[in-house]
Design a binder for this molecule. Structure first.
Ligand SMILES: Cc1cc2nc3c(=O)[nH]c(=O)nc-3n(C[C@H](O)[C@H](O)[C@H](O)COP(=O)(O)O)c2cc1C
Length: 255
């Protein structure tokens, strides 16, 4: 079984690790230019961005060929997933993937413009993440067939939300980031960026092709990178994941 995953702060990587199999980071697949994959089972694990899968995940699916007897998609989210998985099913169908199983996992919301991380961390236990994960692991092991499908309002939200996120990234993108003077040029931001949008000489320079994942902000060891508008000074990384794993997953350079 192969699992293709995308992660900024580790939630989706943790879920992928819990399901098991051969873990393949989508940014690394894109970097290598590998785009044909065959296995008995193939899964995708990714965060919800604007009620939909991230653009990087959708582009990877559109540009690749997959062959498997069993396909699944698991979306992690922090507050409202709407029809993100329905959106994934639709894009999958267009790319020749017939999903057999989709499910979603409620976790800490890392979206800094709206959520305070300290409050999210306090709420973590109420999200029943582990119970949901145990069920998903069992379901996938026994090759269950089931789908998360929602109604009209959720479909509209997902269509509009994904357009809005893409537009925000296009118009504002990394222009909404501020680098404060306590930056020491450590290059962690460069290494966790999944799209090679940051070059650090003495300070990070953004190259304006941002995916808006906020990995650079959350993982800055100095908390030197901020959004112009953010609800929280606290940063987040899933406690079951190490920074090195995020770097290994997302680093686009060879250092
Ligand atoms: C740009 C962006 C948009 C997001 N949009 C949503 C959303 O529409 N609904 C939601 O519930 N969570 C949303 N989130 C929260 C993430 O989906 C959630 O925290 C996810 O588990 C993070 O996964 P990761 O740690 O693997 O990156 C968003 C986060 C980011 C950075």
């Amino acid at each position: 079984m192969k699992i293709f995953y995308f992660t900024a702060t580790g939630n989706s990587l943790y879920v992928a690790k819990r399901i098991g199999g051969e873990l393949c980071s989508i940014p690394q697949m894109v970097k290598e230019g590998t785009n044909e994959f065959v296995d008995e089972a193939i899964g995708f694990v990714f965060p919800c961005y604007g009620f939909a899968p991230p653009r990087m995940v959708l582009n990877f699916i559109k540009k690749s060929k997959f062959k498997a007897n069993y396909f699944f998609a698991i979306m992690t989210y922090g507050n409202k997933a709407a029809s993100g998985l329905g959106y994934m099913e639709k894009i999958g169908n267009q790319a020749g993937i017939q999903f057999n199983y989709t499910n979603e996992v409620l976790m800490v919301d890392n979206y800094l413009p709206i959520f305070k991380i300290e409050e999210q961390l306090k709420k973590e236990d109420t999200k029943k993440t582990e119970e949901k994960l145990e069920q998903i692991v069992k379901d996938i092991k026994s090759r269950q067939k089931q789908f998360v499908r929602k109604g009209f309002v959720s479909n509209v939200l997902s269509k509009g939300g994904s357009k809005l996120i893409n537009k925000l990234n296009q118009d504002a993108g990394d222009k909404q980031f501020i680098v404060r003077d306590n930056c020491n040029g450590c290059k962690v931001c460069e290494k966790v960026c999944p799209i090679s949008n940051i070059k650090v000489d003495r300070k990070p320079e953004y190259l304006h092709k941002c995916e808006g994942c906020f990995a650079c902000i959350h993982h800055c060891p100095q908390t030197a990178i901020h959004l112009k508008i953010e609800r929280s000074n606290t940063r987040f990384m899933n406690r079951n994941v190490k920074l090195k794993e995020i770097i290994d997953a997302n680093n686009q350079s060879n250092s």
